[in-house]
Design a protein around this ligand. Structure first.
Ligand code: G3P
Ligand code: CA
Length: 240
């Protein structure tokens, strides 16, 4: 009998709160989740900010690419109203703010930082993220993931022991080979991969599988039986 997979709140509790906001992360802590997943992009002035898309268009009232805006400009945007959280004052958090929150007493959440550097190049992003993690002594609680294998290799070259998760979509045949090549510690995949022969092989080769994004709680039995380590969900309460 496999034990229950850990539950990570995907972009925070994004089923009930605006994604990637402090309200969504706080809700994960209160729900008793094991961890949170969040997305990081880099502003024009080098500030690391927590937002899924390369632009602010979908989740704020503004328009434009994060890479072309300063953090001061980004901070002025309302990150809650699009979701119906009107006048709650939610803004786009920066990564340091999140890490400061994460080291508060009573907060032991695992933190999966996804570097959103597969579509846009953010020079120096890996160094900046690692510096912040070390500054807050969060090495043991953080997992860095990315769809960009070169970026994960860079993380590994910069820091030998930080946990890295190779993100894949679908069921790419060369996953295990690539994960080994870049020195990743885990594979972050969709359910289809986790339940496939490739998923079984990867697990047997020592790569924990962390599965995104599962919102149907009736899948938990299958995933637990397959021995997945983490289920990432927008609705953690369904799995806890
Ligand atoms: O990290 C897993 C998952 O979040 C990757 O997809 O598009 O939700 O960032 P996406
Ligand atoms: Ca993500």
């Amino acid at each position: 009998m496999n034990k229950r997979a850990k539950v990570f709140a995907h972009r925070g509790v994004s089923g009930h709160f605006p994604e990637n906001t402090m309200a969504a992360f706080q809700a994960a802590l209160e729900a008793g989740a094991d961890g949170i997943e969040l997305d990081v992009q880099m502003a024009k002035d080098g500030k690391l900010v927590i937002i899924h898309d390369e632009t602010v268009d979908r989740t704020t009232g503004g328009t434009g690419y994060i890479k072309d805006m300063t953090f001061e400009e980004i901070l002025r945007l309302d990150a809650g109203s699009w979701f119906g959280n009107v006048n709650t004052g939610e803004t786009i958090p920066d990564l340091e703010q999140l890490l400061q929150w994460a080291v508060r007493e009573g907060n032991e959440l695992l933190i999966n930082i996804e570097l959103k550097n597969d579509l846009i190049e953010y020079p120096g992003m890996e160094e900046k993220v690692i510096d912040l993690i070390l500054n807050y002594k969060l090495e043991q609680r953080v997992i860095i993931s990315s769809f960009n294998p070169e970026s994960l290799k860079r993380v590994r070259d910069l820091h030998a022991t930080l946990q890295t998760g190779y993100l894949i979509e679908g069921i790419p045949e060369n996953t295990l080979e690539m994960a080994k090549k870049i020195g990743a510690n885990s594979i972050h995949c969709e359910e289809g991969f986790a339940l496939s022969e490739f998923g079984r092989e990867a697990k047997e080769a020592g790569f924990p599988l962390r599965v995104y994004t599962v919102n149907d709680e009736t899948r938990s039995g299958l995933l637990n039986n397959a021995g997945v380590e983490v289920i990432m969900t927008d609705f953690p309460e369904r799995f806890l």
